[in-house]
Structure formats: structure tokens, C-alpha cells
Write a protein that binds this ligand. Structure first.
Ligand SMILES: Nc1ncnc2c1ncn2[C@@H]1O[C@H](COP(=O)(O)OP(=O)(O)O)[C@@H](O)[C@H]1O
Ligand SMILES: [Mg+2]
Length: 214
């Protein structure tokens, strides 16, 4: 279980996050909804270890990970701007995390190709990432995030750069893939329909505090 305990942070002399606590069960997707500038990304970065809380702590499976660097948390992150590596082809983008973990390159590529097959992208394994459509690039980003079997998946407005039709299609596909992987996930979004389609529970971030939505 992922636990956020009393996380706080000031910005510009105002409380951006005020005593935020949240538990996410393993295998559960929780949505964080809030207006632009409400602190959603800051909160997600604290979970990832990219932002330090002024007070409070982050726990995973009973261990305090507040001071653990991002690469040692075993979490995968996905942002709205796809953040694929432009100099690598599709399969090497997906294989990247495995190679980082010390998997031999040929084996990592093989696993990446299998993953791409499952994602309906098998024909694009050798393609340059910029030749893919926005939706395909987000699929590649999810494949890259899931292939390392992260302990949790952190999604920051993953579809906001895409058009409405594609967003709708991808939310369902992503939910199915996240469920199939048994993944613990936090979805940050300002789109309530997206939250309803993908998350079992949702919280609103208003004035630095979390309010239960459903
Ligand atoms: N390190 C920082 N640098 C600049 N602005 C920051 C920083 N940390 C927080 N902020 C400010 O905090 C507010 C919340 O940002 P953010 O977490 O990105 O909100 P959201 O993701 O909900 O849109 C913004 O107004 C932003 O300018
Ligand atoms: Mg944000």
C-alpha cells in the first residue's frame, strides 16, 4: 500500500499542500482532480521523489520512502508531454528501463517487442518515435512504464495533449492494461470523465486539501 502522510508545502507564502494524507491500496487506481495550479503535479512529484515535502512522509508497504531517491522507489511516471527519447527507436524506448536495470540489451529488446505486439504496435518496433501519432506515442510511453513492472504507476494528465476522441479511447484501453498488470496507480487529471472512467476512487485537491469525491 502507498501511503501519503500529512504532506505539506508552501508556495509563495501560501499553503500549496496542507496536511495531505491518502492511502492507495495495491492494485487500485485513485484519481486526483483539481483546477490548474492546485498542486496536483507537485503532489505527484512528492510521491515520485522529485519534490521534497516540507513536512510529512511517503510510505510504501510499511517502509518510509520519503528520503529515497526517485530511481530507488520503483515507481514509473508518465507525463502529458510524452517524454519518449527522440534519438531511440520505438523498441529501444520501451527496452530502456530494462537496460537500466541491467537486463542484457538483446533480451530487453526481445521483451520490448513482445510488449509492443500486445499493445498493437508490433509493426512499429523499429520506427522513430516522431513518426508515430500522438495516441501511438502515449501507448509506447505506457508500454515503457509497465515493462519494468513498477510498484506503482504515476500518471500526470497523460492524455491532455490528445484530441477528445482519442482521449476517450485511450482511457478505456489504459484502464484495462493497468488492471491487467494489477498495478497500483495515481491518475492526476482535471477531467472528471477521465477520472470516472479510470479510477475506483477520486479526491479533489482544493485549497491544498484533499476532499473525497467518490
Ligand atoms: N518549484 C516550483 N517552481 C515554480 N512554481 C512552483 C513550484 N512549486 C510549485 N509551484 C507553483 O505551485 C502551483 C501548483 O503547481 P502544480 O503542482 O503544477 O499544479 P497543477 O498540476 O495542479 O496544475 C503553481 O501555481 C506553480 O506555479
Ligand atoms: Mg500539473
Amino acid at each position: 500500500m502507498l501511503e501519503l502522510r500529512n504532506l505539506s508545502k508552501q508556495w509563495d507564502h501560501r499553503p500549496l499542500l496542507a496536511d495531505v494524507s491518502l492511502n492507495v491500496d495495491s492494485g487500485e487506481t485513485v484519481a486526483l482532480l483539481g483546477a490548474s495550479g492546485s498542486g496536483k503535479s507537485t503532489l505527484l512529484k512528492m510521491v515520485a521523489g522529485l519534490e521534497v515535502p516540507e513536512s510529512g512522509s511517503v510510505w510504501f508497504d510499511g517502509a518510509d520512502i520519503t528520503d529515497l531517491p526517485p530511481e530507488r522507489r520503483g515507481f514509473a511516471l508518465m507525463f502529458q508531454d510524452f517524454a519518449l527519447f527522440p534519438h531511440l527507436n520505438v523498441q529501444d524506448n520501451v527496452a530502456f528501463g530494462l537496460v537500466e536495470q541491467g537486463v542484457e540489451k538483446a533480451a530487453a529488446r526481445e521483451q520490448a517487442r513482445e510488449m509492443l505486439q500486445r499493445f498493437g504496435l508490433g509493426d512499429h518496433a523499429k520506427a522513430r518515435v516522431w513518426t508515430l501519432s500522438g495516441g501511438e506515442q502515449q501507448r509506447v510511453a505506457l508500454a515503457r512504464a509497465l515493462i519494468t513492472q513498477p510498484r506503482a504507476l504515476l500518471l500526470d494528465e497523460p492524455f491532455s495533449a490528445l484530441d477528445a476522441t482519442l482521449r476517450e479511447q485511450l482511457r478505456n484501453e489504459f484502464r484495462e492494461r493497468i488492471e491487467a498488470a494489477g498495478m497500483t496507480a495515481i491518475l492526476v487529471t482535471h477531467d472528471e470523465l477521465e477520472a470516472r472512467a479510470m479510477a475506483q476512487r477520486a479526491w479533489g485537491l482544493v485549497g491544498g486539501r484533499l476532499q473525497p469525491l467518490w
